[in-house]
Design a protein around this ligand. Structure first.
Ligand SMILES: [Zn+2]
Length: 157
């Protein structure tokens, strides 16, 4: 198993588990920070969905709900709006990124069905299977090019 790059290690610590959406939130935050460029002053972030991605975004941008600089709009889009005093940008997960995350989610749904009725040994076997899928999937998210995972829309300069 590969060790996560430093940012993603911090995301998983903050988030409490490894998962595709917290990882993709990190990629969204990173891409938005890069495309926004150097900016003075406080950043303000808005995300369209309350998902695991929030922790990734928080860790990558420094914005947080506690500080009031990260808010959820709940419009169902996997899009992050990030604004500095000089510029703003919107980045959104691509269909490909969401499909990759969804494949993992469906596997989990299948493996977790009837969980409480399973023998401990079977639960352990299934957990190992889910972990193995993450070991394969997460490095792809760490390494993919921005354009594979993220669409950008420059809103204003
Ligand atoms: Zn998660």
């Amino acid at each position: 198993m590969m060790n996560p790059p430093e940012l993603f290690a911090r995301i998983y610590t903050r988030h409490g588990h490894r998962c595709p959406m917290s990882t993709l939130g990190g990629r969204l935050g990173l891409a938005a920070m890069k495309w926004l460029g150097d900016s003075a002053g406080e950043l303000q972030a808005v995300y369209g969905n309350r998902t695991c991605a929030m922790d990734g975004i928080a860790e990558a941008t420094g914005c947080s709900e506690e500080a009031g600089t990260l808010v959820v709009k709940s419009d169902g889009r996997h899009a992050l709006f990030l604004q500095s005093s000089q510029a703003s940008i919107e980045v959104e997960l691509t269909a490909e990124a969401l499909e990759m995350a969804c494949r993992y989610r469906s596997l989990c749904n299948r493996l977790e069905s009837g969980w409480d009725g399973l023998e401990a040994e079977e639960q352990a076997r299934r957990r190992t299977e889910m972990e193995a899928m993450l070991d394969e999937l997460l490095p792809q998210f760490w390494q993919a090019e921005d354009r594979t995972l993220v669409k950008k829309k420059v809103l204003s300069f």
